[in-house]
Design a protein around this ligand. Sequence first.
Ligand code: F6P
Length: 362
Amino acid sequence: MQKKLLISTGGGDAPGLNAVIFAVVNSATRKGWEVYGSRSGYGGLIDRDDLMRLMPEDVEGILSQGGTILGSTNKGNPFAKPVENLAGEVQIVDISDKILANFNRMGFSCHVAVGGDGSLEIAHRFAQKGMPVIGVPKTIDNDLEATDRTFGFDTAVSTATDAIDKLHSTAKSHDRVMVVEVMGRDSGWIALYSGISGGADVILVPEIPFKLDSICAKISDNELHGKHYSIVVVAEGARAEDGEVINKGQGELGRSEVVLGGVGEWVANQIHQRLGKDTRSLVLGHLQRGGSPTTFDRLLALRFGAAAVRMAEAGIFDHMVAWVPPTMTAVPIAEAIRRRKKIDLESDKVLTARDIGICLGD
Ligand code: F6P
């Protein structure tokens, strides 16, 4: 009897998800597995209609496409699923036993869960219940410990850098301060990489609570030296030294994290009030999650997918594939999700930013 492998994609999408699916389907099929995809996270283990048999011909041509052919959700935690009862009231129920029973009944012997820290935590809980799980690290935020990179990050940085590049000419034409808010949750990786590469004057990251005085001093210094415009890149999770992280509330039912956003506009208003300069703010938002993955992300995603299948063959479960240059390795999922990876403030990227005169808000 053929071994059966299930692949799912959970959490916010990231460019490169389809490349992982492509690699898993092709590599597992060649090694004699039957591969199935579960729609919208664990959907295929709840409703058979959401289970897709995946053959190499089904994934032909998808590796360069953004998004995920399986769909994804960040409201699908089977351990705490909001369900409406007959009276129309929403109750939080644990359907993990049902999902595990279906997984076993369908004869699966491996689940490749592609996700960020939230999805990997769920995968780890299933592993503790006995599901043979292998994690693949996905997130544009690059905030997963234990892997040098997550796929999706390079594409997001490249999109953000392109956008920042385009702002220079309009900011300069109008002598304006342009404030760009980028994603990244509690880590400033996207802001730091795109801000340095895009020639920002100020980069604000969650790792360094900022002082408005420092930001304004940098903009004034630009003026003094005849540069009448400035570009400020703000990570969505950045906060003022004496302030809180700005958010838009809990969002949709079933989400585990608040929706971040608003700090860019707040910073722009503060700069205008203090310096009287024209300011504009923009939020890059989900543009950073869209589009075709960069070559770097494609290759990384393909390598993750192929390595996950090698782990399945070797029976290494409750582990995540991690890229520890120059090799792919397996790390316990529990270790990988223990804490979020932050920017090292002593790293050469941070030093580079400071050396070339970028203000980091401190
Ligand atoms: O974790 C990835 C991410 O894109 C974050 O950078 C961002 O805060 C969040 O997801 C947005 O989530 P949603 O798509 O649910 O708005």
